[in-house]
Design a protein around this ligand. Structure first.
Ligand code: BMP
Length: 278
């Protein structure tokens, strides 16, 4: 049953006001303030490239997405620098950790270990595959720190198993824990999915969507790209996540990276303006 919730047609700023989770509110407020729905995914191996790219794209983004375990020679000063850049450019941090274990284990993976993700990432994500206990485990660490969680309700890759009742049950899980689960990694709007008629009228999950590219249609390993317009206007998603489309092949071409971030920001924002005007 699809929802009649029209939350996604309201402005990001307006939607921020109704969010109880501080990370969700901060993300939507940042989007409104900076006029951007672009999240750049910085999937680089060398810390120097990682930090230089973040500094270059900072003005154009609402959120930076990290895979912290890709970095070589990890040291804590990288996190300190990342936090400085987040302050300098006014963006939030999303660690794309994709937790997928039992509650007791994910709580330790989130709080401790080398990366201590909960201490610096405003937002992280999890696969719903273990069931509600994964949310309980992560929430026991993240909720008191005012963090937010995204569930992976759909993936962008060809042949992904995240469909049908799996996606529906992910939305049900989020609904039960909507103080901590702020939205989804998904390819379309999720409000109201699986809800009984009349239920979930006002729900407003934030949808962050990877698999966004203006040039390529995919890669050699199953990734599939759609344009910002398809994602934001046609599918009702909120944040476009762009990796290679922004940082490209030459990580030293900082001017090119900056220009591409500006372009994706423009495309994402005009699709959003068209959506809220419709
Ligand atoms: P790119 O734009 O270069 O294809 O990168 C996409 C990023 O989003 C990668 O970091 C990947 O791990 C992530 N991602 C994805 O591509 N599809 C999903 O369904 C979920 C993801 O987190």
């Amino acid at each position: 049953m699809a929802s009649t919730s029209t939350a996604y047609k309201r402005s990001y700023g307006d939607r921020a006001k109704a969010q109880s989770n501080p990370a969700a509110r901060a993300l939507l407020e940042t989007m409104e303030r900076k006029k951007t729905n672009l999240c750049v995914s910085v999937d680089t191996v060398k810390p120097a490239d990682f930090l230089a790219i973040i500094d270059a794209v900072g003005p154009y983004i609402c959120l930076i997405k990290t895979h912290i375990d890709i970095l070589e020679d990890f040291e804590w000063s990288i996190i300190e620098r990342l936090e400085e850049l987040a302050k300098k450019h006014d963006f939030l941090i999303f660690e794309d950790r994709k937790f997928a274990d039992i509650g007791n284990t994910v709580a330790m993976q989130y709080a401790a270990g080398v990366y201590k993700i909960a201490s610096w990432a405003h937002i992280t994500n999890a696969h719903p595959v273990p069931g509600p206990s994964i949310v309980k485990g992560l929430s026991s660490i993240g909720f008191p720190l005012q963090r937010g969680l995204l569930l992976l309700a759909e993936m962008s890759t060809a042949g992904a198993l995240t469909k049908g009742t799996y996606t529906e049950e992910a939305v049900q899980m989020a609904r039960v824990h909507n103080d901590f689960v702020i939205g989804f990694i998904a390819q379309r709007r999720m409000n109201g999915i699986g809800a009984a008629p009349g239920e979930a009228q006002d729900e407003d999950f934030i949808i962050l969507t990877p698999g966004v590219g203006l040039e390529a249609k995919g890669d050699a390993m199953g990734q599939q790209y759609r344009t910002p317009r398809e994602v934001v206007l046609e599918s009702g998603c909120d944040v476009i996540i762009v990796g290679r489309g922004v940082y490209g092949k030459d990580l030293s071409d900082i001017d090119g990276i900056r220009a591409r971030a500006e372009r994706y920001r423009g495309e994402g924002w005009s699709a959003y303006l068209e959506r809220i005007a419709s």
